[in-house]
Ligand binder design. Sequence first.
Ligand code: 13P
Length: 255
Amino acid sequence: MNEIRKKIVAANWKMNTTVTQGEKLVEDILLHLPGELNCTVIIAPPFTHLPMLVKKVEGTKICSAAQNCHQDKSGAFTGEISVDMLSDLGVNYVIIGHSERRQLFHEDNEIIKLKLDAVLAAGLLPIFCCGEPLDIRESETQNIFVHQQLEESLFHLHKDDFAKVCIAYEPIWAIGTGVTASPEQAQEMHMFIRDKIAIRYNKFVSETTRILYGGSIKADNAKTLFSQDDVDGGLVGGASLNSAGFLDIIRAACG
Ligand code: 13P
């Protein structure tokens, strides 16, 4: 286990489960959660589930997260949720810049930067997602691509704010496809990101920043991925919707 960086296992439920189903899932996870939990577990359900989740996990070792937020404080933005609404509920983290938000909802690096600033200003903790599409990986320009995402949305932060950010590297070609990045591919990118953090900030900041991997994580590949030097846990989609599978992934991170 890395002594400097406690691992994080975060569940991104995306647009899945009703509140009733989500409540059952949380209860199952809480029931079997290892007593000695030396990693952080985060659940990001749909917005509608957050009041239930925050209440359920109060006094437990599980943290809550939203999957998105709007960058403005309030106003005429039909259908949107502000960071103040989330912090008022007692939510801990907010996922920012997920590739599905980028691709399906046209969020660019500038919008993601504004969202990140809003999250931090509200006292919430951002999980910043980055990662390249398949054509970029095939042209072997993934480092340039991810570096640009970091530069344009993240590296404007002051060191003290940056220290609150958790990064999730999610190669788009690995999300929901069953094709996981190999442990070597994940390690290579995570090390690259950590190097860039060291250059932009300093060695201490780079060594304390948590960088999660996301993309087709399952119970049977989690341990190898999490054992890479620079992989500090995972952001889990599909496999987090099954309590037994998700608990196995938690054990892989905390074991
Ligand atoms: P899958 O684990 O379903 O590939 O999704 C990963 C993801 O997008 C988590 O945010």
